[in-house]
Design a protein around this ligand. Structure first.
Ligand SMILES: Cc1cc2nc3c(=O)[nH]c(=O)nc-3n(C[C@H](O)[C@H](O)[C@H](O)COP(=O)(O)OP(=O)(O)OC[C@H]3O[C@@H](n4cnc5c(N)ncnc54)[C@H](O)[C@@H]3O)c2cc1C
Length: 463
């Protein structure tokens, strides 16, 4: 008998490992999900709660098929050893996982099991093993990646391919301080459909429009990240849907849809990086010749986490994170740049905070993006520093996004231009306009120039 171990792939549709287990035609397959503390303890409680809801939806899907998902809590090596005996298992089939916690889990399982563990490439469109180990730039990665054929979505198994068993162990429930998105494959698929029906045709124009992100949060961008992060929907299914739309449009609309496909390519790039660089989550990918003189200022870090830096776009982004467990990509870049450049705080501390608070935390995408922003990753620019004032002027000039998340600045009598210029106003002016909102914790130009100096020294470009 084959036991199929659901890991990050919490769905029955477009699941390559599950489809392979069924196609092997070696008798009915037993599907299992394990809440292993070695992995769940690496998740913030919001993501853990979302994972639990997703597994609950997965179990309900198996029930709709008239079948059961075996659920266990405990070290995967012990659980799989027990289940192998209980069901007289010949082999265990699963899908690829490249993050450090799951790599260690795979090692422990392989050491403990007497039956083979087989793994399939499921989390990406192109197997990293079929690509070069590294590329000088993202563009070169994307150019090569595009030439590779993408597999179509895998079908959902029919009930007769699955074992007819009973199991009643309950799914753990973690309390959370926010309202989570609706969980599971159906919710993910509805979101994909609704975005592909209208949002995607304007994506390039709306993806950085922060007022639009407030007014139409799931049309300006897709908000698929929580579902992709927990594997509620397969990447081949998302890609196929995007290609279907691409075939029906041309001109400006086509460029919009292509931009969305590009973002999925960035995701592939991050997974490729992690698969060849297992230390991506903890060590600089591109170590500069000299050490970066990170600061360890506890007050600055605390103000950043609370969204009280006195930089409106940074604070709005950090408060969106607190309120929703999500940050729009534009402020996500700005808050990360502000932490690593203006405050000179190590990217690992920011990445750990994101891991703690994001529902959509994804080890490869989080680490890859933090390193890109911190200039220790694959950015082709030596030292990139986002100016939080210019970014606000460009992407939220009427301060709609800021007012949504920062109540101290919500009063319509405060002109949007003053909000944009806030860090450059005199303290008297700030006191007069919004006495409750914090003063900037660092000087705009001083912090920018300090970051430039520190990174140029690290790169050996100045003494
Ligand atoms: C510092 C930092 C940390 C990040 N951490 C995460 C994380 O933990 N999990 C996560 O899913 N995304 C992360 N991102 C990437 C990006 O911000 C989110 O994927 C995006 O905002 C999610 O919203 P969406 O689904 O509406 O995206 P859309 O704009 O609709 O994009 C669709 C999908 O494309 C992929 N994508 C989009 N932007 C990127 C990107 N820059 N890199 C890789 N893939 C991308 C995602 O899978 C996303 O769901 C991070 C970005 C930064 C700058």
């Amino acid at each position: 008998m084959i036991l199929f171990w659901h890991r990050r792939d919490r769905r029955t549709t477009d699941n390559r490992g599950l489809a392979a287990a069924v196609d092997a035609d070696e008798g009915p397959v037993v599907p299992v999900y394990i809440f292993d503390p070695a992995v769940t303890e690496q998740m913030g409680e919001r993501k853990r709660a979302f994972v639990e809801c997703t597994v609950d939806a997965l179990r309900r899907r198996y029930h709709e098929l008239g079948r059961e998902l075996v659920v266990r809590t405990g070290p995967a090596a012990d659980v799989l050893t027990d289940l192998s005996d209980q069901y007289d298992v010949d082999r265990i089939v699963s899908n690829d996982c490249t993050d450090a916690a799951r790599q260690a889990q795979t090692d422990a399982v392989e050491a403990a099991l007497e039956v083979p563990l087989e793994s399939h490439v499921d989390s990406v469109l192109v197997d990293p093993a079929s690509l070069e180990p590294s590329y000088p730039t993202y563009s070169q990665f994307a150019a090569d990646w595009k030439t590779h054929t993408k597999a179509p979505p895998a079908s959902e198994p029919t009930p007769d391919a699955l074992a007819d068993i009973t199991d009643t162990e309950s799914i753990p429930t973690t309390a959370t301080d926010i309202e989570l998105p609706a969980a599971g494959y159906d919710a993910a698929s509805d979101r994909l459909e609704s975005f592909c029906a209208s949002g995607i045709a304007h994506y390039r124009e709306t993806r950085d429009d922060l007022a639009r992100a407030v007014a139409e949060p799931t049309q300006a961008v897709s908000r698929l990240s929580p579902y992709l992060a927990v594997g509620a929907i397969g990447i081949r299914e998302v890609w196929q849907r995007v290609i279907d739309v691409l075939e029906t449009v041309d001109g400006a609309e086509r460029r919009n849809v292509e931009k969305y496909a590009d973002e999925l390519t960035w995701r592939e790039h991050n997974y490729h990086l992690l698969s060849y660089t297992p230390t991506l989550e903890t060590e600089n990918y591109d170590d500069p010749p000299n050490e970066i003189a990170w600061r360890t200022d506890a007050d600055d870090f605390a103000a950043w986490k609370r969204g009280e830096t006195g930089y409106p776009l940074v604070d709005a982004g950090m408060r969106q994170l607190e309120r929703e467990g999500y940050i729009h990509n534009r402020p996500r870049q700005v808050v990360a740049s502000f932490l690593t450049k203006h405050l000179l705080i190590d990217w690992r501390r920011g990445a750990a905070h994101f891991r703690e608070r994001l529902v959509d935390h994804d080890p490869a995408v989080n680490a890859g993006n933090w390193q890109w922003i911190a200039s220790t990753g694959t950015d082709s620019v030596d030292v990139r520093i986002f100016d939080p004032v210019a970014q606000l002027a460009k992407y939220d000039a009427d301060a709609t996004f800021v007012r949504e998340y920062v109540p101290e600045l919500a009063d319509p009598s405060i002109p949007a231009e003053r909000i944009v210029e806030w860090p450059t106003l005199s303290s008297e002016r700030r006191q007069h306009l919004a006495p409750e909102y914090p003063a900037p914790i660092v000087d705009r130009n001083g912090a920018y120039e300090r970051a430039q100096r520190v990174f140029e020294r690290a790169l050996g470009k100045r003494n």
